[in-house]
Structure formats: structure tokens, C-alpha cells
Design a protein around this ligand. Structure first.
Ligand SMILES: Cc1cc2nc3c(=O)[nH]c(=O)nc-3n(C[C@H](O)[C@H](O)[C@H](O)COP(=O)(O)OP(=O)(O)OC[C@H]3O[C@@H](n4cnc5c(N)ncnc54)[C@H](O)[C@@H]3O)c2cc1C
Length: 561
């Protein structure tokens, strides 16, 4: 690169972060994975981490974002086509994510598969988060198909396949398929009971009870997916329906894509508005049981919101550390300025705490048949989704500031930090926005009739694993357990639900950091988050914290060995 210009030398500009191993450099993730899946072979993640850090993949991420998907409703002769055209880089990225088995593959494997997949998802999001929307939906809807054995038989192998096949043809002709979900309508997203799309029974055939759908969906992401699970009203209440894009006779189903959303971020992904004018769909489960099905899928997409945000946070911290250790100001690298060290160390602590909580939830999802883990899954899903996603935007803003003005500039998609910042609020909004998550925590804390093993005692058992290690953590957990009494009795203060969700998250994060992080991170977390008024603006760690040790632990340039 020529640094000599007619008027000046280009000096002190930091080269992009590239060629690093996204997995090897992430000790927080590696330690969390070792803790939850001690027998997992690191080799697949080392290989994935190397691929995700390459310039070639970064170029795909840039191009897929700069060249947004385009909707073609009709061909030039006036026939409806309802197709979305993507840049080839989008397909390259989606192919890489499918190839890594981040979609439905874990459902074809045994215990541990979901934890390993969670690590891969957290890593991939650092390269490009928006292609992970269809990946995540495919992961979430696949187990629900068990509610229709005929569909499961025809679709499961293709859903779990690691071969990406973007062609719009019937499932039998494809080597791999993806799926989406459609719940949100114009009149209500959080309250899906307000759905007006109706399902009219047509006939019983090879895939079971077939219906005709009439209505719309206001948000319908990844509309080029091969099939969708959608909610529609039946005489018995909401039902969950399987809606393929291509029908068994090879014709296109009546899904009219009206428009693509013009979004703040998430540019590589297409999110559409659709109308169903007699589209054919097959019942999954029972009429009237749609909400229960959706809640089950929501657990999995919410896990991915937590993992995805933890990944974005890690990506932002890696960029900030990379930049600050190479950029000089006032005579030395930014990373050697004491106040910048305070900011960077604080960001690294938050990022590691997010990774720890998201991976803990992944373990609860992985151990499907364990009663304790099932309670933890119930209570940690809203907590992790709420807290990690809330902290994500704040962290991205501060990490961006570490890069100064360059952080705010995109320049044809090259400014990755700005892309991360625009993406951050999305995981907080979709799949249940912040308030919905906090209110869901109140529901999760209610004691179930006749059962002692409730969510409160599960949390108490979780906190006990770190008891005695730090007086602030002990005090924080004790105070929290005392506050649970109301919620457990079926009450709980709705207006205070966010504070409760925040404090449960902090207590679990503190507990996890004691179990599998470095002492420097754990001590600083307890001192800064559990001893005073809770999280403050970043860069306010008290004196005595070992900034350098925390920054070194988060250094993205660490190698695999
Ligand atoms: C880019 C993008 C892609 C999307 N893709 C899809 C998709 O593929 N499929 C799909 O089904 N949906 C999709 N969504 C929709 C998303 O899931 C909804 O926007 C979300 O669930 C919120 O619903 P809503 O927009 O109707 O807001 P509302 O339900 O109106 O909520 C607005 C606000 O009110 C709060 N609120 C609601 N009820 C209460 C209460 N009782 N007490 C306190 N606060 C409350 C919520 O927390 C939220 O902050 C997508 C959204 C976006 C932005």
C-alpha cells in the first residue's frame, strides 16, 4: 500500500483485523465450551475459526451487505414469480453456515451437539449475522415437525443435511433445505393471539390435514426458504401450519411477497411482507395448540438471539482491542493509556459474561431430558435473551468509540464496527422484545402446583456452585433469592420485571465466571457489577482491577496452541 501522498504521509492508521482465528483468539468461548462439553474435540472449531477470519470470507460478508437482496414479484411477461435475488456472496455465506451444521444438524446427533453448534453460531455471527436468520429459524422449527410424522419423514434428512441448495424446487429434488417462521401480523407481534390469518380445512392427504390459508404476515424473513411454520386461526384456536414454497406437484404455493423491509441493519437478509391467498399448508400438532408450538420454537430462536449478540459483542471487543493496541495517541498506543485500558477491560468483561450466559443456556437446551436443566432452560431463556441483547447495543456504541471517527464510517461496507452497531438492536426486538422477556421471567418463576422442583430452587442450586468464592456475589444472590418469594407465589411486580431479569442475569453470570473464567475477570465482575448500583457506563472499573490481564485474555490474535 502506498502511504506517500502529494501532501502528506498516511500514518498511524490501523490495518483491518483479518487473518486471525476467530475461535483460537476467544479464550472466553473456549473455556466456556471446555466447561460445558469437556470431551468436545476442538479441531472443527479451530478450522471454522480460521475460515471465519479470512479476508475472502470477510469480502463475502461485505458484498452480501452492500448488495442488498432484491424482490422480483413478476417476470417481464407479467407472471408472478415472487423471487428474491441475492448477491452470490450471500449464497457463499449461507453455504458456509449450512456446511458447518449450524442449522438443523444437531437434531440428528447426540448429547453435546447443541453446545458445539452454539459455539459455532457465536463465532459465525462475528463474520456475518444476517445470513444466520434462516439458519436459526431452521434450527428452531425442525423439532416442531415431530408433530407431523409424515412431514418429518420427508423433510428431516434435508433439513439436517450440510449441503446448501438454493434452488427453488420441490424438496425431493434438493440436497438440503432451510425453513422460516411466520407469526407477526400487522395488528400484533408480541400478542399472536390477535392473528387474523385463517385456515380452512381442504382434505386429508399424504402429509396429513391440509388447509387453505387466507391472510397475511407483516414480517416474514428469509422468504426464499423452502418452507415455513406459520400460525393461523382454526375453529379450535390458533394452529401451527407447515407451508412449503413449492407444492408436491411442482407448482409455486400462493405466497405473494408484497415488499421487502427497508431495515436499519441486517442488510444481507431479506425480510418481507407476504399475503396468503389460498396457500396450501399442513397442520403440525393439533388445532388450537399453535401457541404452545410457537413457544417451543421461541426457546430456540431466543437462545440464538443470546448467542448471536454475545458473538457480536465479542466481535466488537476484538476490533476495539486490535485497534487500540496499534493506534498511537499522545505518545503511546491507546491500549497503554490508563483510561482506555479501563474501557477495554470493562468491555472484555461484559463480552465474556455474555458468552458465559449464552453458553450456559445452550447447555440447558442440549440436555433435553434432564429435569434440572429443563428448569434452567425455562428460566434462563428470557433472562439471557433480555440481558445480553440489552447490553449489546451499549457495548457496541462504546467499542465503536474506541475506534474514534473511523468506527462510525462504513465505506462500502468495510467498516465492520458500524455494521455491528446497526445490527445490535435487532436481536433485542425480534423473537420477543425486552418487556416480553422480562414478563416471561415472572411466569417462569411461578411455582408449579404440587412440585417442589421449581425454577427458584433450580436457580438457588445454580448459585450454590459458586458460593463462598466472593462475598459480594453471595450477598447479591441471597438478596435476589429473597425477592423471588413474590414471583414464586404467582405475583411479581410487572413494573419491576426488568430489574429482576437484570439481577438474575448478573447473579448467573457471576456464578459462571467463577466456574470457568480467569480470577481477574471474575473479581472485576463482582466488584463492578455486584457491589454497588449495578452496571455503569463502561470504563468505570474501580482501582485495583488488573486491566492488563483482562485485556490479554481477550486478545483476538492468540493462536490455537
Ligand atoms: C428485521 C425483522 C425481521 C423479522 N422477522 C420476522 C419473521 O421472520 N417472522 C415473524 O413472525 N416475525 C418477524 N419479526 C417480527 C418481530 O418478531 C416482532 O416485531 C416482535 O415480536 C414485536 O412485535 P410487534 O412489532 O408487533 O410489536 P408489539 O407487539 O406491538 O410490541 C411493541 C413493544 O411493546 C412491548 N410490549 C408488548 N406487550 C407488552 C406488555 N404486556 N407489557 C409491556 N410491554 C409490552 C414490547 O416489548 C415492545 O417493546 C421481525 C422483525 C424484524 C424487525
Amino acid at each position: 500500500m502506498n502511504t506517500s501522498m502529494a501532501t502528506h504521509e498516511v500514518l498511524n492508521q490501523v490495518a483491518p483485523l483479518a487473518g486471525h482465528n476467530v475461535y483460537a483468539g476467544d479464550l472466553a468461548l473456549r473455556d466456556a465450551l471446555k466447561f460445558h462439553a469437556p470431551d468436545a474435540d476442538e479441531a472443527p472449531r479451530v478450522a471454522l475459526g480460521a475460515m471465519l477470519g479470512t479476508e475472502a470470507m470477510q469480502t463475502h460478508a461485505r458484498l452480501a451487505n452492500v448488495n442488498k437482496p432484491e424482490l422480483h414479484t413478476h417476470d417481464r411477461f407479467g407472471h408472478r414469480t415472487d423471487s428474491v435475488e441475492f448477491h452470490p456472496s450471500y449464497h457463499a455465506l449461507l453455504g458456509a453456515a449450512v456446511g458447518a451444521g449450524l442449522h438443523a444438524t444437531p437434531w440428528s446427533r447426540g448429547e453435546g451437539a447443541h453446545i458445539e453448534r452454539a459455539a459455532g453460531f457465536l463465532m459465525f455471527t462475528q463474520l456475518e449475522p444476517s445470513v444466520l436468520c434462516p439458519i436459526s429459524m431452521t434450527y428452531a422449527v425442525t423439532p416442531a415437525l415431530r408433530g407431523n410424522a409424515a412431514l418429518m419423514a420427508d423433510w428431516f434428512d434435508k433439513l439436517a443435511s450440510t449441503r446448501y441448495d438454493g434452488r427453488l424446487v420441490f424438496v425431493q429434488a434438493k440436497s438440503g433445505v432451510t425453513m422460516g417462521m411466520g407469526m407477526t401480523e400487522k395488528q400484533g407481534g408480541s400478542d399472536v393471539r390477535a392473528n387474523t390469518t385463517r385456515a380452512e380445512f381442504v382434505e386429508e392427504n399424504g402429509w396429513g390435514r391440509c388447509y387453505r390459508l387466507i391472510g397475511h404476515k407483516w414480517f416474514f424473513s428469509a422468504p426464499m426458504s423452502d418452507a415455513f411454520l406459520v400460525l393461523a386461526q382454526t375453529p379450535a384456536g390458533l394452529g401451527c401450519f407447515f407451508l412449503p414454497r413449492v407444492l408436491p406437484d411442482g407448482s409455486l404455493n400462493a405466497i405473494a411477497i408484497q415488499r421487502l423491509k427497508d431495515k436499519l441493519g441486517n442488510h444481507a437478509n431479506a425480510s418481507s411482507e407476504v399475503e396468503f391467498n389460498g396457500a396450501l399448508a399442513w397442520l403440525v400438532g393439533e388445532e388450537g395448540r399453535g401457541i404452545a408450538q410457537i413457544l417451543e420454537m421461541g426457546t430456540l430462536t431466543r437462545l440464538d438471539c443470546a448467542l448471536g449478540t454475545a458473538g457480536l459483542m465479542r466481535g466488537a471487543v476484538a476490533l476495539a482491542l486490535h485497534h487500540a493496541s496499534r493506534r498511537n495517541a499522545f505518545g503511546k498506543p491507546l491500549a497503554e493509556q490508563p483510561l482506555m485500558q479501563n474501557v477495554l477491560a470493562d468491555l472484555a468483561i461484559e463480552s465474556e459474561a455474555a458468552t458465559a450466559l449464552a453458553m450456559r443456556l445452550a447447555r440447558a437446551v442440549d440436555k433435553q431430558d434432564d429435569a434440572f436443566e429443563s428448569l434452567m432452560r425455562r428460566v434462563l431463556t428470557p433472562v439471557a435473551k433480555f440481558w445480553i441483547c440489552k447490553r449489546g447495543s451499549a457495548l457496541a456504541q462504546e467499542a465503536m468509540e474506541c475506534l474514534g471517527g473511523n468506527g462510525y464510517v462504513e465505506e462500502r461496507g468495510e467498516g465492520v464496527m458500524a455494521r455491528i452497531y446497526r445490527e445490535m438492536p435487532l436481536n433485542s426486538i425480534w423473537e420477543g422484545a425486552g418487556n416480553i422477556m422480562a414478563l416471561d421471567l415472572l411466569r417462569a418463576l411461578r411455582k408449579r402446583d404440587g412440585r417442589n422442583a421449581d425454577a427458584v430452587s433450580a436457580l438457588e442450586a445454580e448459585f450454590a456452585t459458586a458460593r463462598g468464592a466472593n462475598a459480594s456475589l453471595d450477598r447479591f444472590c441471597d438478596a435476589l433469592l429473597a425477592r423471588f418469594a413474590d414471583a414464586a407465589d404467582g405475583g411479581g411486580d410487572e413494573a419491576g420485571a426488568r430489574r429482576l431479569a437484570q439481577d438474575v442475569a448478573l447473579a448467573v453470570q457471576g456464578t459462571l465466571l467463577q466456574r470457568h473464567s480467569a480470577a481477574s475477570v471474575f473479581d472485576a465482575f463482582c466488584l463492578s457489577r455486584l457491589s454497588g448500583n449495578g452496571p455503569q457506563v463502561f470504563g468505570t472499573l474501580p482501582s485495583g482491577v488488573d486491566f492488563k490481564a483482562i485485556m490479554q485474555r481477550a486478545d483476538p490474535h492468540r493462536s490455537a496452541h
